[in-house]
Write a protein that binds this ligand. Sequence first.
Ligand SMILES: Cc1cc2nc3c(=O)[nH]c(=O)nc-3n(C[C@H](O)[C@H](O)[C@H](O)COP(=O)(O)O)c2cc1C
Length: 336
Amino acid sequence: MKIILAPMDGLTDVYARELLTRIGGYDLCVTEFLRVTDTLFPSRVFYRRFPELKQNPEIHKQLSHNHPSYSKAIQCHTKSGTPVFLQLLGSDHSAMAENAAKAVQLGAIGIDLNFGCPSKTVNKSDGGASLLKYPEKINQIVSSVRRAVPQDIPVTAKMRLGFNDQSLAHENALAIQDGGANWVTIHARTKKDGYRPPAYWDALAPISDLLDIPVIANGEIWSIDDYFNCRERSTCDSVMLGRGAMVTPNLALQIKQTLNNETVQTLSWQAVTQILENLYGLMLSNPNLKERYIAPRLKLWVKWLMPTYTQAEEIFTQLKLIKDPHQAIKLIKRSR
Ligand SMILES: Cc1cc2nc3c(=O)[nH]c(=O)nc-3n(C[C@H](O)[C@H](O)[C@H](O)COP(=O)(O)O)c2cc1C
């Protein structure tokens, strides 16, 4: 049973991946999508989207040479040791394969392929969810990428149930399996459904039955109860958590604690503000990140926390007017 942190463009960046996996419960993260057109990216593009691809000396120091994850700990893991896969999005199978191969040469330990993005810009150029209309194209992309990277590197895919309807869901899932993917994550909605509840978890059960590779369920898991309902209806043990991870930062840990019959811990507002302080610290220590980006990022996090924490709601009106990151963090700390 695995819990994967969802790729969410503009949300689960390197900082979110670091802070959420530090809380615990996650077995894997997937980067936000890197959009491939028809060119081979220079290394810096991969590093920008996926900083964990660079060596991670802190983890390197923590593990001894004979630790089982020593070699992998250097690259592609968050500092707390959770592996990270790179997600690629695009419709040109050769360019996808070339870029996947380059990412692996740079050290990537897994490649995830995006067949679910609903963005108009992306769909206009036949990337993301629009590919769900063409199972043969999906198959071609998966098999090209599979052939381009060594067998021991997992190639995985993330799809929605369809574009306008679910009629091609089984064909698309089979196209992914036949292309050689190690598993498929299914966001249990069509592109047309967008992000509107409900997620159609029941639709995953027959797909999971049909495929020999694991199916990871995704969509609308906001609580421990949702996890168990999703698991029962989809028949999938493993899940990917998206927005729920931002709203309840320890959701993955809570699910794992429940499964292990341990006491479920709640995360106090005090602890959450410490996470926000760490976020501020991490961003501030990045010499390549302009200071003006820090306050918006803190505001975004606080906004996502509002459904769970009344304190987040209480400070947000004042916080949203602040541009200076130092003042923003002061206000957050004062709310403890
Ligand atoms: C702001 C935002 C950005 C997203 N970006 C990506 C992305 O880069 N790649 C991807 O495969 N899915 C992306 N998704 C979809 C999520 O990974 C996930 O499938 C979706 O949010 C449903 O899960 P949830 O109901 O748990 O949030 C994004 C979703 C959101 C809300």
